[in-house]
Design a protein around this ligand. Sequence first.
Ligand SMILES: [Zn+2]
Length: 301
Amino acid sequence: MRLLFFLVLFLVSCTLFALRIPKWQIREPVDLSWDVDEDSLYWPGIQSFFYSRKVAHFDEENRWYAMSEFCTGEHGGTHLDAPYHFYKYGWKVGDIPLQRLIAHAVIVDMSDIVHRLGPNIQLQEADLIDWERIHGPIPTQCVLLVRFGWSKYYKYRDLYFGLNGTEMEFPGIAEDAAQWIVNSKKIVGVGVDTASLDYGMSTTFPTHRILFENSIYGIENLNIPRHLPARGFNVLVMPMKLKEGTGAPARVVAIPDVILTGDPCSALELSTSAVPWYGHTSVVLSSLLLLGMYAINCFTL
Ligand SMILES: [Zn+2]
């Protein structure tokens, strides 16, 4: 009877811990891209998106037909920056291997710091070291997403670029953090929810250069919602396959690990990463605790 009681207690405990785990994951795909249309934001001086031709009508026999043609710069809205953008010998968009566009993802959330210290802050090497101390090592073959909480300004161009006379003010990634990312050898791409990997005040773009010289691509103007977890999901980064592109509009989607489990793309090793370390540890600790209680109970009676 006592054994049955502890067995039930053990199963209930495991179930409760198992139920906690999904809180730290996503259950369905989350779109991290902005719509592409005439409201898409482009870096000042770059050709904005516009429809050069739009056809939409019923013909004389009442059959519908629609088609459009459009014109756009490469670097606008949610888009990928190919290494060639700032490095002569780097990959162009069409050269980037697919294995680097379907990858694990982590999020470093800087939004509270931006809220406290203002738009000119930069992600530092120390922030990345702190992140690994709290969340564990960054997985290999990973896209590092930095959430500055800047998406909320995307619909307001002046606020988003932080236009202040001839200067721009918005957060970005510092040079020492870019070097840390390169040295980690685990990161294939870096994405931000601002208009540039470098912060708005930069005029020389060192972070772009450091990353691109090491075949790490960029993603800019992401829409990263607050509810995404720090780790435990994957991203699909799907730029238009512009063979010669220095960049390209991209659809970027966060997906649960489980969607890719069993996929022939075995190099991704996705099956176990869905469960964070505390998920496993909690179950093990609860098992040991209950077994200990059971043993004490046996010896004391
Ligand atoms: Zn760009």
